[in-house]
Design a protein around this ligand. Structure first.
Ligand code: MBD
Ligand code: FE
Length: 281
């Protein structure tokens, strides 16, 4: 990570998310001129209509240009797009999918994390804060067949709401891991409960949220990517019943089916089960 700050800042986390995004290899989609024209025309028409409907002034137009430039300069496009746009792309994708519901990936996934056995503890600091949490479950095909050797790739914020790899001071790989299911498709992951996530308030995304009088919070969540050979990968998140911001996620990425309700096992450890069903390709 190139930026070092005393405390997490918008520029720090946003820039890290930008370089991470650029480093990802992705196939350049073949897009026809007709498709480009159709989608870009629709986007521009939406902008034009918003200007007419709201009688947007020259000073407001220039302020918008300055803001757009700043989003790029500090590297917050991945953050902004995933918070305000990705949920609709996911909604479109979800309309043709079966199995466990997905939701947005967000800007803080990192590939190639430590590989862990089916019953494991995520990498964490010796003095990691937070309520102990055990997430167990089974990965199955939509027909109920258990999927042995499936991967549960999990990443989440710590009990202060910070992600390793993006917030300074959190060790690389903290609270991230790729868990392999056992012969019965089962897994059991020991970790700590994450805190809600706040969009950095000092960057352009945070300043926009503040200027609009919105709030910058996502409810506490676990991120997961669940993969198995011959099956469609599910990218999803799991939330916590009763938590703050569940009904007003700034990223609009919650779904009732994705809310966990862990129960204290009497030793201060909160336990919950969640099974994943993957459709075959
Ligand atoms: C997050 O942690 C997140 O999950 C999303 C979707 C956007 C910003 C921060
Ligand atoms: Fe997140």
């Amino acid at each position: 990570m190139t930026t070092v700050h005393d405390s997490p800042t918008a520029a720090g986390s946003g820039a890290n998310a930008s370089s991470n995004f650029k480093a990802k290899t992705r196939s350049a989609a073949e897009v026809s001129p007709e498709r480009v024209s159709t989608v870009v025309t629709a986007v521009l028409q939406g902008v034009h209509q918003a200007i007419r409907d709201n009688q947007v002034s020259y000073p407001e137009f220039q302020a918008a240009k300055a803001w757009l430039m700043e989003v790029g300069e500090v590297g917050e496009w991945p953050l902004f797009m995933d918070v305000f746009v990705e949920h609709v792309v996911e909604e479109v994708a979800a309309s043709s999918q079966r199995g466990t519901l997905g939701t947005i990936e967000g800007p803080y996934y990192l590939p190639d994390q430590v590989r862990l056995s089916s019953s494991c503890e995520l990498p964490h600091r010796a003095d990691e804060k937070g309520t102990p949490l055990v997430l167990s479950g089974q990965v199955r095909d939509v027909d109920g067949t258990p999927l042995a050797g499936a991967e549960v790739d999990i990443w989440h914020a710590d009990a202060d709401g910070y992600y390793s790899g993006f917030a300074p001071g959190v060790p690389d790989g903290n609270l991230r891991g790729v868990v392999t299911t056992d012969a019965e498709g089962n897994f059991e992951i020991r970790t700590v409960e994450p805190a809600p996530y706040q969009i950095p308030t000092d960057g352009p995304t945070g300043k926009l949220i503040e200027a609009a009088g919105w709030h910058p919070w996502r409810p506490a969540h676990l991120h997961l990517m669940v993969r198995a050979d011959g099956h469609r990968t599910i990218t999803t998140q799991l939330y916590f019943a009763g938590g703050d911001w569940l009904d007003s996620d700034v990223a609009e990425a919650t779904k009732p089916e994705l809310i966990l309700d862990p129960v204290d096992d009497g030793t201060g450890v909160r336990r919950v089960t969640y099974d994943f069903e993957l459709e075959g390709n």
